[in-house]
Design a protein around this ligand. Sequence first.
Ligand code: FES
Length: 64
Amino acid sequence: MDSANTKKTAEVKITREGPIIITGNFTITDINSCVLQLDNDREVWLCACGRTQKQPYCDGSHSK
Ligand code: FES
């Protein structure tokens, strides 16, 4: 079995008034075509409220 078959499928969870949580293997590309997240099995919280100071990532500002 090659490594492509062992990768965890990406899952996206939408939360109420909070971040978009992505787990698994995926990449994120910004508007300048720069890859922000390498393809690894991990969890990332993306801001969905627009209040973060660390775009595109959630910094907890949604709960303030
Ligand atoms: S969703 Fe957490 S700061 Fe925006």
